[in-house]
Design a protein around this ligand. Structure first.
Ligand SMILES: [Zn+2]
Length: 311
């Protein structure tokens, strides 16, 4: 069921310009289901018993303690066995805690099977809210189905921070308000100097998505990146929500991209331009190459920045 919803969402996003132009989803061809059996989990050793896992969906961070493992995000439910096997290769300890960086299905899809195994998912309380009562996507109008039971984080937190501990390891969990979504968490493992940034930082042929239907905002993305830059030093390993491992220098360049895009859209808004006028002015065409994105992604990013700044 979650698999179907994710596929629908992804395809719907791909056809977003058609929707914006007033055509209906019915015009889109049927989605091809991703073949999870072909996905391999790649493990990167980040030092101090901390690892980055890449499969399909958002990046996963794994911190191994003496009596348990803390994991950040879970990708998709059908990958549960493969992710579990990858973790078992680096530790015989059980996965005790999972932290969700945000509610999107490519980061939380595996929560249900991992919680069935006994892990406890820690997440900002807004993740529970969004999973239980989803909102229509701002670009596509598609509403994902609600989830319940083991698919909902068992340990929601409110407030700015929380700490998750197993023997010998601690995860500092920081809520970043109204950034990629309204329920974002960053996770810092100080002993390994590893920061799991969530989709506030997404690179590799894309811009970050700004989920404005649930309070996401370019201003919050930039504020969160500024917080990350305060935490990071030249040796920090930054695990983005999507894309390759990053350094502080990479994150600084990413911040410049975000700020430049925001400033250019803000300037056009101050001149009284409409959303379509701003899109047609192609304000960030020169940044498209730097982001490695395509024209459709650039258009969507500009729309989401525009709506962020108008919100
Ligand atoms: Zn996301």
């Amino acid at each position: 069921m979650r698999r179907a919803h994710l596929t629908t969402r992804r395809i719907a996003f791909a056809f977003a310009p058609l929707i914006v132009a007033g055509l209906t989803l019915g015009a889109a061809p049927p989605p091809a289901a991703p073949d999870y059996s072909k996905v391999e989990i790649k493990t990167t050793d980040l030092g101090n018993k901390t690892y980055m896992l890449e499969g399909q969906g958002g990046n996963i961070t794994v911190a191994v303690g003496d009596d348990g493992v803390i994991m950040v995000d879970t990708e998709f439910a059908p990958l549960h066995d493969k992710i579990k096997a990858a973790v078992a290769k680096v530790s015989p300890q059980p996965i005790k805690y999972i932290v969700n960086t945000h509610y999107h299905g490519d980061h939380t899809g595996g929560d249900a099977p991992f919680q069935k195994d006994g892990a406890i998912v820690v997440a900002h309380t807004n993740i529970n809210k969004r999973l239980a009562m989803p909102m229509p996507n701002a670009l596509t109008g598609v509403t994902p189905p609600a989830v319940s039971g083991d698919a909902l984080p068992k340990q929601p937190y409110t407030g700015e921070t929380t700490t998750v501990m197993v023997k010998g390891r601690a995860a500092q969990v920081m809520h970043e308000p109204n950034a990629h979504t309204d329920g974002d968490s960053a996770v810092y493992f100080a002993d390994a100097n590893v920061l799991a940034a969530g989709d506030i930082v997404s690179i590799g042929n894309r811009y970050p998505n700004i989920d404005i239907a649930v309070g996401g905002n370019i201003k919050g993305i930039i504020a969160a990146v500024d917080n990350y830059l305060k935490i990071a030093n030249d040796n920090t390993k930054i695990v983005p929500g999507h894309g390759n491992l990053m350094t502080k220098a990479d994150l600084t360049a990413y911040r410049t991209l975000m700020v430049t895009a925001r400033d250019r859209v803000a300037k056009l808004i101050s001149e009284g331009k409409s959303e379509d006028d701003v899109v047609n002015a192609k304000p960030i065409q020169d940044l498209e190459k730097q982001a490695g994105a395509n024209e459709m992604a650039t258009t969507n990013f500009v729309r989401l920045i525009y709506r962020s700044l108008k919100a």
